[in-house]
Design a protein around this ligand. Structure first.
Ligand code: PGA
Length: 254
C-alpha cells in the first residue's frame, strides 16, 4: 500500500514572520494525519523551517537543486547543502522551472540523479500545456518527460522518488483536471514505469498538482492511482492545507 503524500509548494512566497505563523498552524493541525506531509519553502527559509519542524512529523523539501555537488556555480544550491539543512525531498522539473528558466529534460534528469546520490528524494514534475492537451498529445509529452529520467537514471532510481502530474493549464489557474483526466494520466505513468519494473511501479507515489484545494481534494485522491497532491496556492493557508492532508489520509487508508 502506498502511503499518501501531500506536498506544499510555497513557490516564491513568504517572509520569516509569515512562515512562523503558517508553521505554528501546521504543527498543531498535522499531528494526527495519516498522510505524509511535506512543505517546500523558498531555499533561504529552509533552515528556519527545518529547525522549527525538528520535533514534528512534517518533512521539508526544496523547490529546486543544482546538478553539481560544489564549485563555481553562482546562485546555485547543491544537493549536499539541502541534506546538511535537514531536507528530505526536492521538487524537480516543475513547469515553472521548465518554462521560465529553460530547464530541459536532460537537465532535470541530471538533477534527479545528483539529488538521489546525495540522499534526497526527488519529486519529478511532468505535465502538458493546454495546446498539447488540445492536440491530443498529452500522454506522449508526459511519456517523453518521464522516459528522459528513466533512461538517464535507470528504473531503480524510482524506488526512492515521487512523480507529480501537473497539467500546466491547471497550475495557479483555479482550473483543476477532472479526477478522470488525472487518473488517466496517472495510470499511463504507472504503466510506463511498470514496463521497466512492476514492483517499482506499484510502490511509486504519483501526486496530482494543479489548483488542488479543500473542496476538490477528496474526488481527486479517491482515484486509485492518485496518491496525494502537490499543492501550491492552498498550501499557504494552514487550515486549508491541513484539510487537504486529512482528506488524503482518509481516502488512501485501507
Ligand atoms: P497551484 O500550484 O496549486 O497553485 O495550482 C501547484 C504547483 O504549481 O505545484
Amino acid at each position: 500500500m502506498r502511503r499518501a503524500l501531500v506536498a506544499g509548494n510555497w513557490k516564491m512566497n513568504g517572509s520569516s514572520e509569515s512562515i512562523r505563523t503558517l508553521l505554528s498552524g501546521l504543527v498543531s493541525g498535522c499531528q494526527a494525519t495519516v498522510a505524509e506531509v511535506l512543505v517546500c519553502p523558498p531555499s533561504v527559509y529552509l533552515a528556519q523551517v527545518t529547525q522549527t519542524l525538528q520535533e514534528s512529523p512534517i518533512a521539508v523539501g526544496a523547490q529546486n537543486v543544482s546538478e553539481h555537488s560544489a564549485g563555481a556555480y553562482t546562485g546555485e544550491v547543491a544537493p549536499g547543502m539541502l541534506i546538511d539543512l535537514g531536507c528530505q525531498y526536492v521538487i524537480l522539473g516543475h513547469s515553472e522551472r521548465r518554462a521560465l528558466y529553460g530547464e530541459t529534460d536532460q537537465q532535470v534528469a541530471a538533477k534527479f540523479s545528483a539529488a538521489l546520490e546525495a540522499g534526497l528524494k526527488p519529486i519529478l514534475c511532468v505535465g502538458e500545456t493546454l495546446e498539447q492537451r488540445e492536440q491530443g498529445v498529452t500522454l506522449q509529452v508526459i511519456g517523453t518527460q518521464l522516459q528522459a529520467v528513466i533512461d538517464h537514471c535507470g528504473i531503480a532510481a524510482f524506488a526512492d522518488a515521487v512523480i507529480a502530474y501537473e497539467p500546466v493549464w491547471a497550475i495557479g489557474t483555479g482550473k483543476t483536471a477532472t479526477a478522470e483526466q488525472a487518473q488517466e494520466v496517472h495510470l499511463a505513468i504507472r504503466q510506463q514505469l511498470s514496463q521497466a519494473d512492476k514492483s517499482i511501479a506499484e510502490g511509486c507515489r504519483i501526486l496530482y498538482g494543479g489548483s488542488v484545494n479543500a473542496a476538490n481534494a477528496a474526488e481527486l485522491f479517491a482515484k486509485p492511482d492518485v496518491d496525494g497532491g502537490l499543492v501550491g496556492g492552498a498550501s499557504l493557508k494552514a487550515d486549508e492545507f491541513i484539510t487537504i492532508c486529512q482528506v488524503a489520509g482518509e481516502e488512501k487508508t485501507v
